[in-house]
Ligand binder design. Structure first.
Ligand code: FAD
Ligand code: SF4
Length: 649
């Protein structure tokens, strides 16, 4: 393969070669560029557009407003050829979309089609559910997945880093909380986080959330939504048992404002949030931080270059060192045919920043598919998400959703406690978009009362309305809808695993990732208590609950054996649940001090390969309950310092 510079010299072309222009890759590139290091980023997807209007146009035209709908590769768009999904075997940078995951037959290839959570027991007689459809998606475009993130940026709590020491389960992180506090501060400054330390004070006694003395967020908080205020009033003085119906110590329930990656005041030339509830999939005015902000800073150093449409396929290793990265540069010819050219690039140091699933895939593909950096056999294992339990209700009075960002507050007081010895903790996000997530409202309820259907469950009559009666009914129902999204801590399990799928290749003939996924008792118990806690809170508030155990029954003709459970559905203790992906993909190259049981060290450097850093949420040994991106960025700052030191800067 060509080494890309055409000089045939042994001198590395760059100080650092980074694979992936997402959150981690861009931040490390910026830090190295500022230090005068020459950096190349290989990015699989198309370039960041000059104006986000291009992406807005895609979003306006998309019939299904999924998280991926504004972005290229057609993924998530039902455009030309209505009713079809992109065929991953024909496009250069495929990835799962929320539509492909839900649609039979499964074209996401993240797990075999025709599977639904199968309940059973482990050899030592513990309950488990296997064959679950992994339901979180990611993007492969310049700027990465956090184009369409929500922007919630809570910190971890101290016990999240010491699960083994404190609760006797899983692993400790190889980093002290005090060091993370410094690193989170850097990340909050990079993003421009809107929050108030004073507002977080009640969480100190509840879950040990502490800040360094005198610390202030870069800007004041985004105002709480009316939904937050209604829930806050409704749960006043309430507590719940840590083990749910099994009893246990009581934990107080209260609402706090969520630290947000969006501007409450102008920050670094970006505007103030206008509160139009479109954060997922795209902020039209970039009031919400996204990784293209950091990429712009990186490019402005004059030391960073990006090669778009460049898919890394092999990290070549000689002994204990990477020697080059091989990649395919793709384009479409005049007739629309996909074509690609192989190339290679050299550096002194290499960083794999492709996100948890694609990082694992790239490591496993390398070295003629014998894999690299995997003496521990942990690459691809321990895949985790903050699996999401969704619960929804009608409040007794108007809560006026859709005013402000998609979420501004949550119940954080249940994120830590002695119960973590036995079951997953959760943070409760309070949604501000009615039942949009739950059942596709406001469209579904409107359709119900016009046509006499009952997709929303609000028209059980059923009735068909028009004129003033329709307007009054919709005004009453839609303005009282709200939901909770519970982000559950998932247990690390070796058999929750990314491997490479030899039977499914993409348009560049690269094998696609395959995922095996399920829940153990720890996570299942978390679901049980999550459901009970939501019901108890709705009851306390006088709200009428409408949570459905399954939202996605497959048509029976797709399943001759009569299965009616769809992806994400499962049974536990004779009750049916549905789980959603949170979009938080973690754990496939975990960090630790022992090279026998972990893939990277505390700086995210490979234990096995001396000049390779493997970065992102794949490094998390445990996932706790905080949305991951703030911690991804904190760790990226630490990696950048270690790389600078290794380069002798
Ligand atoms: C709907 C949704 C909402 C979310 N909301 C939040 C939130 O509120 N708070 C939060 O903390 N997190 C949130 N997240 C998660 C957040 O988006 C991710 O944690 C974050 O984007 C991960 O950053 P990353 O840099 O590791 O990966 P990515 O952002 O995915 O970037 C990886 C990059 O690598 C590139 N790449 C992949 N493979 C290759 C290859 N072989 N060669 C070259 N390049 C490659 C990709 O194209 C991509 O640009 C959300 C996610 C989703 C899906
Ligand atoms: S509410 Fe609107 S302006 Fe504010 S961050 Fe979300 S999309 Fe952007």
């Amino acid at each position: 393969m060509s080494n890309g510079n055409g000089n045939g010299s042994d001198t590395p072309q760059y100080d650092v070669v980074i694979v992936g222009a997402g959150v981690s890759g861009n931040l490390i590139a910026k830090q190295l560029g500022l230090a005068g290091k020459k950096v190349l980023i290989l990015e699989a997807g198309p370039a960041v557009p000059d104006s986000r209007e291009q992406y807005m146009e895609n979003f306006y035209l998309a019939l299904a407003k999924t998280p991926e709908s504004p972005y290229p590769s057609l993924a998530g768009r039902i455009g030309p050829g209505v009713g079809t999904l992109p065929n991953p075997s024909e496009i250069p940078t495929p990835r799962a979309t929320v539509l492909s995951i839900g649609a039979p037959p499964d074209v996401s290839h993240l797990i075999q089609s025709e599977t639904a959570g199968v309940s059973g027991t482990t050899p030592d007689n513990q309950p488990e559910v296997r064959q679950l459809q992994f339901s979180s998606t990611y993007d492969r475009i310049g700027g990465g997945t956090a184009w369409h993130w929500l922007g919630s940026v809570p910190r971890l709590v101290p016990h999240d880093l010491t699960m083994k020491t404190t609760y006797g389960v899983f692993y400790d992180w190889p980093i002290e909380y005090s060091e993370m506090q410094t690193l989170w501060g850097l990340a909050e400054s990079e993003i421009g986080v809107a929050a108030s330390v004073t507002q977080q004070v009640p969480l100190q006694a509840a879950i040990g959330m502490v800040y360094p003395p005198g610390y202030e967020y870069p800007m004041g908080p985004i105002p709480s939504s009316v939904v937050d205020q209604t829930v806050s009033n409704g749960v006043s003085g309430m507590s719940v048992p840590g083990e749910g119906s099994e009893g246990g110590k009581e934990y107080s329930v209260f609402v706090t404002n969520t630290p947000a990656g969006r501007n409450s005041e102008p920050y670094q030339d970006r505007r103030v949030c206008a509160g139009n509830t479109n954060c997922i999939p795209i902020c039209p005015i970039q009031a919400k931080w996204d990784p293209t902000v950091t990429l712009g800073d990186a490019l402005n150093t004059g030391n960073v270059t990006v090669s778009y449409q460049s898919v890394a396929v092999n990290i070549a290793v000689d002994g204990n060192n990477v020697t080059q990265v091989d990649y395919l540069k793709w384009s479409y010819d005049d007739k629309g045919n996909l074509q690609s050219t192989p190339a290679s690039v050299t550096g002194k140091i290499y960083v794999s920043a492709c996100h948890a699933i694609e990082n694992a895939k790239l490591l496993l593909l390398s070295n003629d598919q014998k894999g690299i950096a995997n003496k521990s056999d942990q690459v691809g294992r321990n895949l985790m998400d903050h699996v999401l339990y969704l619960a929804w209700a009608l409040a007794p009075s108007q809560v006026w959703g859709y005013r402000g960002p998609l979420a501004t507050g949550g119940i954080e007081s249940l994120r830590d406690g002695e119960f973590r010895t036995n079951r997953a903790a959760f943070r409760m996000e309070i949604g501000n978009e009615g039942w949009n997530f739950a059942c596709g409202d406001p469209y579904t309820t409107t359709l119900d009362f016009v046509t006499g259907s009952n997709g929303s469950q609000l028209n059980s009559g059923p009735t068909r309305l028009g004129g003033t009666a329709l307007v009054n009914t919709l005004n009453d129902r839609l303005t009282r809808q709200f939901r909770f999204g519970l982000l559950l801590e998932q247990a690390p399990q070796a058999d929750n695993r990314v491997t490479i799928d030899q039977n499914n290749t993409d348009g560049l003939k690269i094998p696609r990732p395959h995922v095996d996924y399920g829940f153990d008792k720890y996570t299942l118990e978390g679901f049980r208590v999550a459901a009970e806690t939501c019901s108890a809170i709705f009851q306390q508030m006088g709200a009428q609950e409408f949570t459905q155990p399954t939202v996605n029954p497959y048509p029976k003709d797709k399943y001759p054996d009569g299965k009616t459970m769809g992806p994400g559905d499962f049974n536990y203790e004779k009750k049916m649940y549905h789980m959603y992906g949170a979009g938080h993909i973690m754990g496939t190259h975990r960090m630790g001090t022992d090279p026998c049981t972990s893939v990277v060290d505390a700086t995210q450097k490979s234990h096995d390969v001396q000049n390779l850093w493997i970065v992102g949420s794949g490094s998390f040994p445990t996932v706790a309950t905080a949305n991951p991106t703030l911690t991804i960025m904190a760790l990226a700052f630490k990696s950048a310092e270690a790389i600078k030191a290794a380069l002798g800067a």
